[in-house]
Design a protein around this ligand. Structure first.
Ligand code: EPZ
Length: 440
């Protein structure tokens, strides 16, 4: 038994959609809870399979985890951590779990964490994570597929990252919280999720300054200075950006709620270039509307505050029927155009030349059977299907469920004809099911 999304395209999205808590922030806050000999109570936790995976990993380390899906709240008590090994079963499923490395080394001065390896979107190296931990005084070796780090003590120092890696910034920040003295991290990642992590750590008593700029200063504190914390995760700018792409692409008009509009500046600038209208309604919501065929545009993905790589895929789909030729340049990952072959099956005219996708806008896309190869490629197929004439069947939707809470319900709420079906491989009949009852 597996599931598919079936989508009948051609309807303009209308109404309003509420954005969930940010996956890529929530997962890191959960890992950061390991630093505390006390309780972290975190709100606005999205209902996603990745959250369940992280919760299970923390439990294997000895944390008590109480996940209240209805309240979108998770309570983690990391007082009695009795294991510093993050098993491959978790890290291979979800790369974000690699960030427990920094927290475990920071608190226990030792950790054994499975190497995430490459993934379908690129090589995704970890050299900068290791360089940072070594600079703080840890000895790090790779053995049997695991990163094994040990330190007699960690001492703050100056660390320069060769590129502003999100994960390396997070791991180094976590390892430096309880180190002796100050750590100055230069060319740090500036993503809103980094600011969220710093705010969470400061709320528990850490001393982190400059998050959101390229220089982060972490003044080491003592374990006894860290206290129980209650915190609310920021909204998911990537989920929001995906709905923005979908609304613009379907020539819709809808309000996006529970967002921080300034986290989406690069994205909304592109929507305006494409001929869409963006109206900021209040500090937490905006309206997106579009009533003509979109214009072609060029996009280059970059670290924040540039255009996010995670939204490259849905925006390619939004541009498939635009007037003219668009060029999308992917500068973060080596292999993030895997959806292009599937989009061609829907009638798209897209060529890949090295790290560029060249899109010639077509008049119409048609529904087809397609396969999601990763999370954002899946989102790209959903956006294309919303615009296409006829029915699209998307398989391998477990990728989509990693990052989009209740996507079927949210798009239905915007007027899309979309359903999730259980496919029984023995008779290939689809049976409509309810996502809440079946997602976990
Ligand atoms: C985070 O991944 C996100 N994941 C990704 O979102 C996102 O695409 C990425 O940041 C960039 O914004 C999570 O937060 C869980 P990086 P991360 O370290 O931390 C290279 C999604 O769809 N690099 O900034 O792994 C690396 O190879 C996911 O939700 C090194 O060379 O990203 C990549 O090309 C996918 N050496 C680039 O930097 C290193 O030591 C960016 O990686 C580390 C990274």
């Amino acid at each position: 038994m597996y599931q598919k999304i079936i989508l009948e395209g051609g309807r303009r999205l209308k109404g309003e959609v509420t954005i969930s808590g940010a996956k890529n922030a929530a997962l890191k806050l959960m890992a950061a809870a390991l630093l505390l000999e006390d309780t972290s109570e975190i709100y606005n936790i999205p209902e996603l399979t990745d959250v369940v995976t992280m919760a299970s990993l923390l439990q294997t380390l000895g944390a008590e985890v109480d996940y209240d899906i209805k309240e979108k709240k998770i309570i983690i008590n990391a007082t009695n951590i009795n294991n510093v090994e993050a098993h491959y079963d978790f890290v291979s499923k979800m790369r974000a779990s690699f960030v427990v490395l920094g927290a475990l080394v920071g608190r226990f001065h030792e950790a054994k964490v499975a190497l995430p390896g490459g993934c379908s979107i690129g090589e995704r190296r970890i050299d900068l994570h290791i360089k940072g931990l070594e600079a703080l005084g840890a000895q790090v070796k790779i053995e049997g597929g695991y990163v094994i780090a040990k330190a007699k003590k960690l001492v703050g120092t100056k660390i320069y990252l060769d590129r502003p890696s999100v994960g390396a910034t997070e791991n180094i920040m976590l390892a430096a919280i309880l180190a002796e003295g100050s750590t100055i991290l230069n060319n740090a990642a500036q993503e809103p999720e980094i600011i969220d992590l710093a705010n969470f750590l400061n709320a528990m008593g850490a001393d982190v300054n400059g998050a959101g700029t390229s220089e982060i200063i972490i003044n080491g504190v003592k374990q006894k200075d860290l206290k129980a914390v209650t915190y609310t995760t920021i909204p998911d700018r990537i989920e929001a950006g995906t709905y923005i792409a979908a609304i613009a692409a379907t020539k819709g008009k809808a309000i996006i709620k529970n967002i921080f509009p300034n986290h989406l500046s690069a994205v909304t600038s592109k929507v305006i270039e494409m001929g869409g209208k963006v109206t900021i309604l209040d500090p937490f919501s905006m309206e997106i509307s579009c009533n003509t065929r979109l214009n072609a545009t060029n996009i280059v993905t970059q670290p924040y505050p540039g255009f996010p790589t995670d939204l490259q895929s849905p925006f390619i789909s939004a541009l498939l029927m635009a007037e003219g030729i668009s060029i999308i340049t992917e500068s973060i990952y080596e292999n993030r155009f895997r959806q292009i072959g599937e989009l061609r099956r829907m009638g798209a005219d897209v060529q890949q030349e090295s790290h560029k996708a060249i899109i010639k806008g077509v008049k119409q896309l048609t529904g087809a059977q397609v396969i999601a190869s990763d999370l954002r490629a899946g989102a790209s197929l959903v956006v294309a299907a919303l615009c296409a004439d006829g029915t699209t069947e998307i398989s391998d939707i477990h990728h989509i469920d990693r990052g989009y809470e209740k996507i079927v319900d949210k798009l239905s709420g915007l007027g899309a004809y979309i359903k999730r079906v259980d496919i029984d491989e023995t008779n290939l009949d689809g049976k409509i099911i309810n996502i809440e009852e079946n997602s976990y």
